[in-house]
Write a protein that binds this ligand. Structure first.
Ligand SMILES: Cc1cc2nc3c(=O)[nH]c(=O)nc-3n(C[C@H](O)[C@H](O)[C@H](O)COP(=O)(O)O)c2cc1C
Length: 376
């Protein structure tokens, strides 16, 4: 299944060591101003090599738009984008041919398809999320352009170290453009994309893992603000249901929460309920434990979700696996160039899947005209 969405549909294609990867976006209304720079900006946030924790693979990930744009605006026809693979080093992987990597998708692909691409995982590689980010960049632009909706993600935990902040439960924080600008700068200035005063402690935690030839994971929080009330439909099309299926489709994501999430089960009702008050003609929650969603429908408060990302499976520490030809138990030590932590690079991918989901729901529920953006 390579297509996501009902009205705003993103099809991703390509493998880690193939000739190219890309995406086709069908259902984007016409008249949206769009350039390669809009997409490149988000791809640069995802690509490796931008921080001291990221693999030294020099991936340019330069995007070319092949169709769907005329005179700088979308035409309403499929938008097709391509990124050529330029940095593959397939020989890095020949030593692990026939020995599925623990924690990666090699074994399950072998069992289902009778083969797997040992040169980095092929379709199961994190590189395929280039397609998600292409679709996400367009969706982000669409929802921001039409409704000033912003989607912003940051790291809240690395391994066992928790960040020392709590933005999400203060709906008023996201009413100030200045707060948001400051937060965005803090996020992008931090190697782990963590706007926390103890982010150095997190850096140390990662360095320790690197010394032990190991890897670490973390938790990312994403806030959607400016989302109108009324997005999402009860029962089988609940907003959190759609968001979780989008976010959980990303490789390496193992948990999903809305608002207080798992912690809500440990609270009393009186602690969990967000009391209402009347402000500037609207009924608002005082707190945001619900994460901006009640009954599957957005309330107008910032929508807050969280995703947990497991440690990068490919590690240079020796582990055991089974040779699929000889069935012998053998040691495996992964060469190649892998991030000891992928959390900061997964943030733009989560933001992308969230933006695609919001664009899709807004088009299908009439908040955005499916064929053309008017008055533009
Ligand atoms: C942006 C991104 C980059 C990734 N980079 C790597 C990597 O360098 N090495 C690796 O072993 N796994 C990497 N992964 C994780 C694997 O793709 C993932 O763990 C694998 O496909 C198995 O899927 P699962 O973890 O969802 O079960 C990356 C994932 C993402 C989303």
């Amino acid at each position: 299944m390579n297509t996501f969405g009902d009205t705003f549909r993103v099809t991703t294609w390509g493998e880690s060591h193939g000739k190219a990867l890309g995406a086709v976006i069908d259902g984007c209304p016409s008249n949206l101003p769009l350039t390669e720079n809009d997409i490149q900006y988000e791809l640069n946030r995802r690509r490796p090599g931008y921080s001291l924790f990221s693999t030294p693979r020099k991936e340019e990930d330069e995007v070319e738009i092949l169709s769907g744009i005329f005179e700088g605006k979308t035409t309403g026809t499929p938008i097709s984008c391509i990124v050529y693979n330029k940095s593959q080093q397939s020989k890095d992987y020949t030593a692990i041919k026939d020995t599925p990597r623990p924690g990666h998708a090699d074994l399950s692909y072998q069992l289902k398809y009778g083969n797997y691409d040992y040169r980095g995982g092929g379709r199961s590689s994190g590189r395929t999320t280039i397609g998600n980010v292409i679709g996400g960049a367009i969706a982000k632009k669409l929802i921001e352009y039409t409704h000033k909706i912003k989607v912003i993600g940051y790291t809240t935990e690395i391994g066992t170290i928790k960040g020392d902040f709590n933005y999400y439960n203060n709906p008023e924080f996201f009413e100030s453009d200045l707060n948001i600008q400051k937060l965005s700068n803090q996020i992008e200035d931090s190697v782990l994309r963590c706007p926390s005063t103890n982010s150095n402690e997190m850096n140390e935690y990662v360095f320790k893992a690197i010394d032990g030839k190991d890897s670490v994971g973390g938790v990312v929080e994403v806030v959607i603000y400016g989302l109108p009330k009324g997005i999402g439909n009860p029962i089988f099309n609940k907003l959190e249901g759609r968001l979780s299926s989008a976010v959980m489709s990303i490789n390496s994501i193992k948990g999903f929460e809305v608002g207080k999430g798992f912690e809500s089960s440990r609270l009393f009702g009186s602690e969990m309920n967000d009391e209402f008050y009347f402000k500037n003609g609207i009924i608002c929650p005082k707190t945001n434990n619900a994460g901006g969603i009640l009954g599957g429908i957005s309330t107008g408060a910032p929508v807050v979700i969280r995703a947990s990302i497991k440690p990068t499976p490919s590690i240079s520490k020796t582990q055991e696996t089974v040779n699929i030809k000889t069935l012998e138990t053998v040691p495996i030590k992964i060469g190649g160039r892998h991030d000891p932590i992928i959390v900061p690079r997964v943030i733009p991918v989560i933001e992308s899947m969230v933006s695609i989901t919001i664009a899709d729901l807004m088009i299908s529920s009439g908040f955005i005209n499916p064929s053309k953006l008017s008055n533009i």
